[in-house]
Ligand binder design. Structure first.
Ligand code: 13P
Ligand code: SF4
Length: 325
Protein backbone atom coordinates (compact mmCIF):
# COMPACT_ATOMS: atom_id res chain seq x y z
CA UNK A 1 0.00 0.00 0.00
CA UNK A 2 1.27 3.47 -0.80
CA UNK A 3 2.48 5.49 2.16
CA UNK A 4 1.52 8.72 0.39
CA UNK A 5 -1.04 10.75 2.28
CA UNK A 6 -3.98 12.24 0.40
CA UNK A 7 -3.90 16.00 -0.09
CA UNK A 8 -5.26 17.96 2.82
CA UNK A 9 -9.08 18.04 2.37
CA UNK A 10 -9.13 21.53 3.87
CA UNK A 11 -6.67 22.90 1.37
CA UNK A 12 -8.11 21.17 -1.67
CA UNK A 13 -11.58 22.41 -0.72
CA UNK A 14 -10.21 25.88 -0.11
CA UNK A 15 -9.53 26.92 -3.68
CA UNK A 16 -11.15 25.16 -6.63
CA UNK A 17 -8.58 23.94 -9.14
CA UNK A 18 -8.39 26.06 -12.27
CA UNK A 19 -9.95 29.07 -10.58
CA UNK A 20 -8.89 32.36 -12.20
CA UNK A 21 -7.47 33.88 -9.03
CA UNK A 22 -6.94 37.33 -10.49
CA UNK A 23 -10.51 37.60 -11.78
CA UNK A 24 -11.92 36.23 -8.52
CA UNK A 25 -9.89 38.67 -6.42
CA UNK A 26 -11.14 41.59 -8.50
CA UNK A 27 -14.74 40.34 -8.27
CA UNK A 28 -14.56 39.86 -4.49
CA UNK A 29 -12.87 43.23 -4.08
CA UNK A 30 -15.84 44.94 -5.72
CA UNK A 31 -18.36 42.84 -3.82
CA UNK A 32 -16.73 43.52 -0.43
CA UNK A 33 -16.00 47.19 -1.19
CA UNK A 34 -12.40 46.46 -0.37
CA UNK A 35 -9.11 48.17 -1.10
CA UNK A 36 -5.90 46.20 -1.57
CA UNK A 37 -2.80 47.87 -0.13
CA UNK A 38 0.57 46.27 -0.82
CA UNK A 39 4.06 46.94 0.44
CA UNK A 40 6.93 47.41 -2.02
CA UNK A 41 8.36 44.02 -0.95
CA UNK A 42 5.38 41.99 -2.14
CA UNK A 43 5.61 39.61 -5.08
CA UNK A 44 5.04 40.95 -8.59
CA UNK A 45 1.60 39.31 -8.88
CA UNK A 46 0.39 40.98 -5.68
CA UNK A 47 1.85 44.36 -6.58
CA UNK A 48 0.11 44.20 -9.95
CA UNK A 49 -3.33 43.57 -8.48
CA UNK A 50 -3.05 46.07 -5.61
CA UNK A 51 -4.80 49.44 -5.62
CA UNK A 52 -1.79 51.05 -4.02
CA UNK A 53 1.81 49.90 -3.62
CA UNK A 54 4.15 51.84 -1.37
CA UNK A 55 6.33 52.12 1.72
CA UNK A 56 5.16 51.97 5.32
CA UNK A 57 4.47 55.70 5.43
CA UNK A 58 2.47 55.90 2.20
CA UNK A 59 0.50 52.82 3.22
CA UNK A 60 -0.32 54.29 6.64
CA UNK A 61 -1.74 57.42 4.97
CA UNK A 62 -3.75 55.34 2.49
CA UNK A 63 -5.12 53.16 5.27
CA UNK A 64 -6.18 56.19 7.28
CA UNK A 65 -7.83 57.97 4.37
CA UNK A 66 -9.63 55.11 2.65
CA UNK A 67 -13.41 54.95 2.60
CA UNK A 68 -13.39 51.28 1.58
CA UNK A 69 -15.16 48.96 4.01
CA UNK A 70 -12.41 46.35 4.01
CA UNK A 71 -8.65 46.92 3.95
CA UNK A 72 -6.72 43.96 2.62
CA UNK A 73 -3.17 44.53 3.72
CA UNK A 74 -0.53 42.67 1.74
CA UNK A 75 2.51 43.24 3.89
CA UNK A 76 3.46 42.13 7.36
CA UNK A 77 1.40 42.11 10.54
CA UNK A 78 2.60 45.39 12.08
CA UNK A 79 1.59 47.21 8.88
CA UNK A 80 -1.91 45.74 8.92
CA UNK A 81 -2.15 46.49 12.63
CA UNK A 82 -1.18 50.11 11.97
CA UNK A 83 -4.02 50.28 9.42
CA UNK A 84 -6.46 49.04 12.06
CA UNK A 85 -5.13 51.52 14.63
CA UNK A 86 -5.63 54.53 12.34
CA UNK A 87 -8.89 53.35 10.80
CA UNK A 88 -10.67 51.19 13.41
CA UNK A 89 -14.05 51.28 11.67
CA UNK A 90 -12.76 49.11 8.80
CA UNK A 91 -12.36 45.39 8.64
CA UNK A 92 -8.61 44.81 8.22
CA UNK A 93 -7.39 41.47 6.92
CA UNK A 94 -3.99 40.19 5.85
CA UNK A 95 -3.34 37.14 3.69
CA UNK A 96 -1.12 35.35 6.24
CA UNK A 97 -1.39 36.02 9.95
CA UNK A 98 2.15 34.68 10.49
CA UNK A 99 3.71 37.43 8.41
CA UNK A 100 5.78 38.88 11.26
CA UNK A 101 8.97 40.94 11.35
CA UNK A 102 12.30 40.31 13.09
CA UNK A 103 12.42 43.95 14.20
CA UNK A 104 9.03 43.67 15.86
CA UNK A 105 10.18 40.48 17.62
CA UNK A 106 13.36 42.15 18.85
CA UNK A 107 11.43 44.55 21.07
CA UNK A 108 8.57 43.01 23.09
CA UNK A 109 6.35 45.60 24.78
CA UNK A 110 7.04 44.05 28.22
CA UNK A 111 10.80 44.44 27.73
CA UNK A 112 10.43 48.07 26.68
CA UNK A 113 8.12 48.78 29.63
CA UNK A 114 10.65 47.22 32.03
CA UNK A 115 13.49 49.24 30.48
CA UNK A 116 11.56 52.50 30.78
CA UNK A 117 10.75 51.74 34.43
CA UNK A 118 14.34 50.85 35.22
CA UNK A 119 15.58 54.10 33.64
CA UNK A 120 12.71 56.32 34.75
CA UNK A 121 15.28 58.94 35.85
CA UNK A 122 16.15 59.55 32.17
CA UNK A 123 12.55 60.49 31.33
CA UNK A 124 12.96 59.16 27.79
CA UNK A 125 11.17 60.56 24.78
CA UNK A 126 10.54 57.30 22.92
CA UNK A 127 10.66 57.29 19.13
CA UNK A 128 9.56 53.95 17.73
CA UNK A 129 10.20 52.80 14.19
CA UNK A 130 6.85 51.68 12.81
CA UNK A 131 8.22 48.09 12.59
CA UNK A 132 6.99 47.25 16.09
CA UNK A 133 3.88 45.96 17.82
CA UNK A 134 0.85 47.99 18.86
CA UNK A 135 2.01 47.45 22.47
CA UNK A 136 5.34 49.18 21.74
CA UNK A 137 3.60 51.98 19.86
CA UNK A 138 1.37 52.53 22.90
CA UNK A 139 4.51 53.12 25.03
CA UNK A 140 6.00 55.59 22.56
CA UNK A 141 5.83 59.36 22.11
CA UNK A 142 6.25 59.38 18.36
CA UNK A 143 6.38 56.82 15.55
CA UNK A 144 8.62 57.11 12.52
CA UNK A 145 9.24 55.24 9.31
CA UNK A 146 12.47 55.05 7.36
CA UNK A 147 11.00 57.79 5.13
CA UNK A 148 10.61 60.36 7.92
CA UNK A 149 12.85 59.21 10.79
CA UNK A 150 15.24 62.15 10.38
CA UNK A 151 12.35 64.61 10.50
CA UNK A 152 10.76 62.93 13.54
CA UNK A 153 14.04 63.04 15.48
CA UNK A 154 14.60 66.69 14.52
CA UNK A 155 11.10 67.44 15.80
CA UNK A 156 11.70 65.80 19.20
CA UNK A 157 11.61 68.24 22.13
CA UNK A 158 15.01 69.84 22.76
CA UNK A 159 16.83 68.68 25.85
CA UNK A 160 14.94 65.38 26.20
CA UNK A 161 16.81 62.06 26.18
CA UNK A 162 15.70 60.04 23.18
CA UNK A 163 15.32 56.30 23.21
CA UNK A 164 15.04 54.98 19.65
CA UNK A 165 13.50 51.51 19.21
CA UNK A 166 13.81 48.85 17.84
CA UNK A 167 16.25 49.22 14.88
CA UNK A 168 19.82 50.08 15.91
CA UNK A 169 20.94 50.48 12.28
CA UNK A 170 18.21 52.94 11.35
CA UNK A 171 18.81 54.70 14.67
CA UNK A 172 22.54 55.14 14.09
CA UNK A 173 21.92 56.35 10.53
CA UNK A 174 19.51 58.97 11.92
CA UNK A 175 22.12 60.04 14.49
CA UNK A 176 24.65 60.48 11.67
CA UNK A 177 22.15 62.64 9.75
CA UNK A 178 20.93 64.78 12.64
CA UNK A 179 23.86 64.87 15.06
CA UNK A 180 21.34 64.25 17.84
CA UNK A 181 22.50 61.68 20.39
CA UNK A 182 20.04 58.88 21.12
CA UNK A 183 20.03 55.67 23.06
CA UNK A 184 19.43 52.78 20.66
CA UNK A 185 17.53 49.56 21.24
CA UNK A 186 19.65 46.75 19.79
CA UNK A 187 17.17 45.30 17.31
CA UNK A 188 17.83 44.55 13.66
CA UNK A 189 16.21 43.37 10.46
CA UNK A 190 17.43 39.88 9.75
CA UNK A 191 17.23 40.55 5.98
CA UNK A 192 19.19 43.80 5.77
CA UNK A 193 21.98 42.76 8.13
CA UNK A 194 22.87 40.07 5.58
CA UNK A 195 24.24 42.71 3.20
CA UNK A 196 27.93 43.14 3.93
CA UNK A 197 30.78 45.34 2.80
CA UNK A 198 32.27 42.42 0.86
CA UNK A 199 29.03 41.40 -0.84
CA UNK A 200 28.46 44.98 -2.04
CA UNK A 201 32.08 45.48 -3.11
CA UNK A 202 31.88 42.28 -5.19
CA UNK A 203 28.77 43.38 -7.11
CA UNK A 204 30.19 46.85 -7.57
CA UNK A 205 33.22 45.36 -9.30
CA UNK A 206 30.83 43.88 -11.88
CA UNK A 207 28.82 47.10 -12.30
CA UNK A 208 31.28 49.90 -11.50
CA UNK A 209 29.05 52.64 -12.94
CA UNK A 210 25.89 51.65 -11.08
CA UNK A 211 25.02 53.73 -8.00
CA UNK A 212 24.38 51.64 -4.87
CA UNK A 213 21.03 52.41 -3.25
CA UNK A 214 20.61 50.99 0.26
CA UNK A 215 17.90 50.89 2.90
CA UNK A 216 18.87 52.46 6.26
CA UNK A 217 18.26 49.10 7.97
CA UNK A 218 21.57 48.00 6.37
CA UNK A 219 24.69 47.91 8.54
CA UNK A 220 27.06 50.87 8.78
CA UNK A 221 29.68 49.38 6.41
CA UNK A 222 27.05 49.01 3.67
CA UNK A 223 25.59 52.45 4.24
CA UNK A 224 29.12 53.88 3.91
CA UNK A 225 29.50 52.32 0.45
CA UNK A 226 26.07 53.44 -0.73
CA UNK A 227 25.51 56.40 -3.04
CA UNK A 228 22.05 56.84 -1.55
CA UNK A 229 20.47 55.61 1.69
CA UNK A 230 16.70 55.96 1.82
CA UNK A 231 13.28 54.41 2.33
CA UNK A 232 11.82 52.14 -0.33
CA UNK A 233 9.57 54.90 -1.69
CA UNK A 234 12.41 57.38 -1.97
CA UNK A 235 14.37 54.75 -3.93
CA UNK A 236 11.79 55.12 -6.71
CA UNK A 237 12.24 58.89 -6.84
CA UNK A 238 16.03 58.63 -6.69
CA UNK A 239 16.26 56.10 -9.55
CA UNK A 240 13.75 58.02 -11.70
CA UNK A 241 15.70 61.25 -11.39
CA UNK A 242 19.23 59.86 -11.58
CA UNK A 243 20.81 59.79 -15.07
CA UNK A 244 22.32 56.31 -14.58
CA UNK A 245 20.73 53.39 -16.45
CA UNK A 246 21.84 50.78 -13.88
CA UNK A 247 21.41 50.62 -10.11
CA UNK A 248 22.45 48.17 -7.39
CA UNK A 249 19.61 47.84 -4.91
CA UNK A 250 20.47 46.77 -1.35
CA UNK A 251 17.08 45.92 0.06
CA UNK A 252 14.45 43.17 -0.14
CA UNK A 253 13.99 41.69 -3.61
CA UNK A 254 10.32 42.70 -4.06
CA UNK A 255 11.52 46.28 -4.44
CA UNK A 256 12.95 45.41 -7.84
CA UNK A 257 9.44 44.81 -9.28
CA UNK A 258 8.34 48.23 -8.16
CA UNK A 259 11.46 49.90 -9.57
CA UNK A 260 11.21 48.09 -12.91
CA UNK A 261 7.61 49.22 -13.22
CA UNK A 262 8.29 52.83 -12.30
CA UNK A 263 11.54 53.22 -14.24
CA UNK A 264 11.05 51.39 -17.55
CA UNK A 265 14.26 50.92 -19.53
CA UNK A 266 16.53 51.11 -16.48
CA UNK A 267 18.29 48.07 -15.07
CA UNK A 268 18.07 47.07 -11.41
CA UNK A 269 20.62 44.68 -9.99
CA UNK A 270 19.76 43.03 -6.68
CA UNK A 271 22.37 43.68 -4.02
CA UNK A 272 23.67 40.23 -3.05
CA UNK A 273 24.16 39.09 0.54
CA UNK A 274 26.93 36.85 1.83
CA UNK A 275 24.83 33.78 1.07
CA UNK A 276 22.39 34.69 -1.69
CA UNK A 277 22.19 36.51 -5.01
CA UNK A 278 19.36 38.61 -3.54
CA UNK A 279 17.58 39.17 -0.23
CA UNK A 280 14.09 37.82 0.46
CA UNK A 281 12.06 38.57 3.58
CA UNK A 282 10.46 35.26 4.48
CA UNK A 283 7.61 37.07 6.23
CA UNK A 284 6.74 39.27 3.27
CA UNK A 285 6.92 36.25 0.99
CA UNK A 286 4.32 34.32 3.04
CA UNK A 287 1.66 36.28 1.17
CA UNK A 288 0.52 34.72 -2.10
CA UNK A 289 -2.23 35.40 -4.61
CA UNK A 290 -4.08 32.33 -3.35
CA UNK A 291 -3.99 33.51 0.26
CA UNK A 292 -5.05 36.97 -0.88
CA UNK A 293 -8.06 35.40 -2.62
CA UNK A 294 -8.94 33.37 0.48
CA UNK A 295 -8.70 36.29 2.86
CA UNK A 296 -10.98 38.39 0.64
CA UNK A 297 -13.42 35.50 0.37
CA UNK A 298 -13.47 34.63 4.11
CA UNK A 299 -12.57 38.05 5.55
CA UNK A 300 -10.06 36.21 7.72
CA UNK A 301 -7.53 36.45 9.32
CA UNK A 302 -8.62 39.77 10.79
CA UNK A 303 -6.60 42.25 12.79
CA UNK A 304 -8.30 43.06 16.10
CA UNK A 305 -7.03 44.80 19.21
CA UNK A 306 -8.43 46.06 22.51
CA UNK A 307 -9.83 49.58 22.09
CA UNK A 308 -7.90 51.00 25.03
CA UNK A 309 -4.59 49.79 23.55
CA UNK A 310 -5.58 51.02 20.09
CA UNK A 311 -6.22 54.52 21.40
CA UNK A 312 -2.84 54.66 23.13
CA UNK A 313 -1.06 53.36 20.03
CA UNK A 314 -2.89 55.80 17.78
CA UNK A 315 -1.59 58.98 19.45
CA UNK A 316 2.10 58.65 18.45
CA UNK A 317 1.10 57.53 14.94
CA UNK A 318 -1.10 60.60 14.48
CA UNK A 319 1.74 62.76 15.73
CA UNK A 320 3.94 61.28 13.01
CA UNK A 321 1.30 61.67 10.29
CA UNK A 322 0.77 65.33 11.22
CA UNK A 323 4.50 66.12 11.38
CA UNK A 324 5.15 64.30 8.12
CA UNK A 325 2.77 66.19 5.87
P1 13P B 1 9.92 51.11 4.12
O1 13P B 1 9.01 51.88 5.00
O2 13P B 1 11.12 51.87 3.67
O3 13P B 1 9.16 50.53 2.96
O4 13P B 1 10.53 49.88 4.95
C1 13P B 1 9.76 48.89 5.55
C2 13P B 1 10.53 47.70 5.90
O5 13P B 1 10.04 46.78 6.49
C3 13P B 1 11.92 47.65 5.51
O6 13P B 1 12.46 46.40 5.81
FE1 SF4 C 1 10.79 43.18 9.02
FE2 SF4 C 1 13.11 43.07 7.78
FE3 SF4 C 1 11.02 41.85 6.73
FE4 SF4 C 1 11.16 44.55 6.72
S1 SF4 C 1 12.46 43.12 5.63
S2 SF4 C 1 9.38 43.30 7.28
S3 SF4 C 1 12.20 44.89 8.68
S4 SF4 C 1 12.01 41.35 8.69
Amino acid sequence: MSSLQPCSPVLSAAVAPGLDLRAEILRLKRERRAVILAHNYQDKAIQEIADFVGDSLGLAYRAKETSAEVIVFCGVHFMAETAKIVNPGRVVVLPDKDAGCSLEQSCPAEALQAYLEKHADKDFYVIAYINCSGGVKALSDCICTSGNAVKMVQAAPAGRNILFVPDANLGSWVMEQTGRPMELWQGSCYVHVEFTRDSILRIREQYPEAPVVAHPECPFAVRLLADEVCSTEKMVEYCQNHPSQQFIIATESGMLHRLRRECPGKEFIPGPTEHCACADCRYMKLNTLEKLYRCLRDLEPRVEMPEELRQRAEKPILRMLELSR
